[in-house]
Write a protein that binds this ligand. Structure first.
Ligand code: ADP
Length: 190
């Protein structure tokens, strides 16, 4: 199996690149942000709780997102592999993900980490806020909170995967196809 952690701050381009990777390598895309947004749309209890946190740029509790990933892994027992997008975001999530994959006799193959500076992130997210109407993209304070959450709770995960020799860092500034080519190259050389 090919299991990819697609990593990077909000606005780094994870979703865009995930679309290429799922097609190229026949993978299943698991985005915790997308799953949470569909819970909000359906008006579930989980969605209502998550909405308050998301709209303030704060992380949703670990147990909630771990439960979502667990059920998606169970729903797709015969997949070629998965792209984890926006997950894991904390040490606890990373450790639980390892346990869940271990139960399937598999593991994370690689972490692809997209690097983009804060100024560019804010620019991209504000534009996405206008284009998509996403509530958490429309206010610079919320965006700053998300970047802070990322810097404090999520960046340390690079060390977690670096220690396992799985971290690859890629410049996330450039054309979409340029970046996609770089990601393909890394995967093909695994
Ligand atoms: P972005 O990467 O642009 O912030 P996402 O769609 O990945 O967008 O996440 C949007 C929001 O959903 C986050 O700010 C957070 O509140 C919540 N969220 C998504 N994934 C997780 C996760 N793994 N752990 C905790 N909260 C999450």
């Amino acid at each position: 199996m090919l299991n990819i952690v697609l990593f990077g701050p909000p606005g780094a381009g994870k979703g865009t690149q995930a679309d290429f990777l799922i097609k190229n390598y026949n993978l299943i895309h698991l985005s915790t942000g997308d799953i949470l947004r569909s819970e909000i749309k359906e008006g579930t209890t989980l969605g209502l709780e998550a909405k308050k946190l998301m709209n303030n740029g704060l992380l949703v509790p670990d147990d909630v997102v771990i439960g979502m990933i667990k059920s998606q892994l169970e729903k797709n027992p015969t997949s070629n592999g998965f792209i984890f997008d926006g997950f894991p975001r904390t040490q606890k999530q990373a450790k639980e993900l390892d346990k869940l994959l271990n139960k399937k006799s598999t593991s994370i193959s690689v972490m692809l980490s997209l690097k983009v500076d804060d100024q560019e992130l804010i620019k991209r997210l504000l534009k996405r806020g206008i284009d998509s109407g996403r509530a958490d993209d429309q206010n610079e304070n919320i965006i700053t909170n998300r970047i802070n959450e990322y810097n404090i709770k999520t960046t340390p995960l690079k060390d977690y995967y670096r220690l396992q020799n799985k971290l690859h860092e890629i410049n996330g500034i450039g054309s979409v196809s340029e970046i996609a080519n770089k990601l393909n190259q890394i995967i093909d050389n695994l």
